[in-house]
Structures are given as C-alpha cells and as structure tokens.
Design a protein around this ligand. Structure first.
Ligand SMILES: [Zn+2]
Length: 285
C-alpha cells in the first residue's frame, strides 16, 4: 500500500504546489530558522526560482549576512528537507516597510489568498472521496488540508488578476469592486439612501434624482417600490388612519406629482382607488 506521506508528496508535486508551499513556509518561519539575532535585522520578501530576496536593516548587516550566506542557505534547505534555496540576495534598507508589508492590500500573502478561496461542492466531495480511506484521523485531516490547499492554489492561478474586495479581504474577479457579500451590503445601503431621499422629495423621477445621488434606473425603481410598499402596508394596517404627510407621500410616489400639482382631491381620489384595489386583492378569510 502507498504510504500517506508518499500520497501527499505526489499530490503536491502533481499540482505544482510543493515548491511554492515550501517557499512560503521558509519565508514565514524565517526567524525560527535563522534565529532572533539575524531575523531582527532581516526579512525575506520574495522567492523566485531558487533565489531568495532578503531585505536587511543596513549595509553592515548586509555584509555580515553575506558572509553567513552559505550557512543560512543550508539551514533553510535542512528545514524543508530539500534543496530549494540556491542563492540569497541581500539588500540593505526599508526593513520597516518590509515588516508592515503584510498589512498593505497589494501584498496579500499566498497563505491568506489560499484561505480566502472557496471550494465548490464537487471539489469538497472530491476531497472526501480522496481521503476517506485513510484510517488515521490526524493524517486524514492533514491530507484533506493539503488537498484543499492544492485545489485552492489551482483556482488561485486561474484568478491571477483577482484582487481583494474593497470591503473585506475576499478575492474578487477583476471586473468587480466588491465580493458578493459586500456587494449586497453596498446595494442595500444605496437603496436605503434613495428611499431616504424619496421621503423628502417623493415626486422625483429617476432623472430628477441623478444630480443628487447617482444610481441605476433599476436601483431607483426598486427603492421607490419598496418605499411605496412599506407606506401602503402601514396605511392598510392602520385602516387609513395615518397623518396627511403619510397620505400625501403615498400619492406623490404613486402618481409622480409634485407639491404644486397636488390637491386634497387628488389625494382622496388616489387613495380611494388604492383602497378599492386593496379590497379586490385582499385575501378572503
Ligand atoms: Zn467583501
């Protein structure tokens, strides 16, 4: 039978993930591998085809680390158990920026990106199918974790041009500013703003509103019908016993007539029509 570590090794190898994963790992565990003394003055920033780029606090340390280069390389490779680091390039300066780099939106680490990728049902079922024969629970978990990462990494590659959502850290396709969740929130907020404005100027058409709040026609229509539905619901619930502002607002929204065109008769007439319609559509009990 194929050993679990062998399966793992092959899976990661096949998916082209192993090198990348190892590179991320040594960058993440830098201080642990090289020790506090060195790590206080240096920070790995990039790993490309066997070459590691390390920022160093000043030129003195740059020289010092250059002398220690071979020993650092062998420590890194020993940690991973494979010769993946072939050379290191040390560069003096900007250590502060480097330490803060993870917080800037332009450098979402691979680990964060992988964690943000959502797998679909089919992929999750694939992982379960792939791992269910492993008897040892801990190993099964580990294998499932790696497989998940491998699948996520493949997805990530396809999403090369994706970026972090403007509202949270979820990855978004290039054409979207927000992820689906934030987009819903942003849209709800927009609709709320339109409803609030319409309460002040219920006779406004889509075109009237544009100079004050830019929105699409469908957003306007939706906000307006939601507002009207809410006011009508309250009107019906109170058997028409609402104040005149409420009554006038309903009519202005329904008929798109401004204050200069509206009369008590228009209001009564429109609400009468509305009541009759309500009566027709009211559920019979
Ligand atoms: Zn978001």
């Amino acid at each position: 039978m194929q050993g679990i570590s062998e399966i793992l090794h092959n899976t990661l190898q096949q998916l082209g993930l192993k090198k990348r994963y190892h590179a991320e790992l040594i960058m993440e565990r830098w201080s642990e591998i090289v020790g506090d003394d060195i790590s206080q003055h240096s920070c790995p920033v990039k790993f490309e085809r066997g070459l590691m780029f390390v920022t160093v606090s000043n030129s003195v340390w740059c020289h010092h680390l250059f002398m220690l280069k071979e020993s650092i390389i062998s420590k890194l490779n020993r940690f991973i158990g494979e010769k993946i680091v072939k050379d290191i390039r040390f560069q003096a300066g900007y250590l502060k920026d480097c330490k803060n780099q993870e917080n800037t939106e332009h450098s979402v680490s691979l680990k964060q990106s992988l964690a943000a990728i959502r797998l679909d049902e089919q992929e999750l079922a694939g992982i379960r199918q792939y791992t269910h024969e492993v008897a040892d629970e801990a190993l099964q978990k580990k294998l499932a974790g790696f497989t998940r990462k491998a699948l996520a990494y493949n997805k990530l590659k396809k999403m090369d041009k994706w970026h972090a959502c403007q509202g949270c850290d979820t990855l978004c396709p290039p054409e979207e500013t927000y992820c689906a969740v934030c987009l819903r929130t942003v849209r709800e907020e927009k609709l709320g703003e339109i409803r609030k404005l319409l309460l002040d100027v219920p006779w406004f058409s889509y075109e009237d509103l544009q100079p004050y709040l830019s929105c699409t026609r469908s957003e306007f229509d939706r906000a307006k019908s939601e507002l009207l539905a809410r006011l009508c619901l309250e009107y019906t619930a109170k058997n028409g016993q609402v104040d005149s502002v409420h009554r006038t607002t309903i009519v202005m929204l329904m008929e798109s007539v401004g204050p200069d065109e509206i009369t008590p008769e228009t209001v009564d007439h429109t609400l009468e029509k509305f009541r009759r319609k309500q009566h027709v559509f009211a559920p019979r009990s």
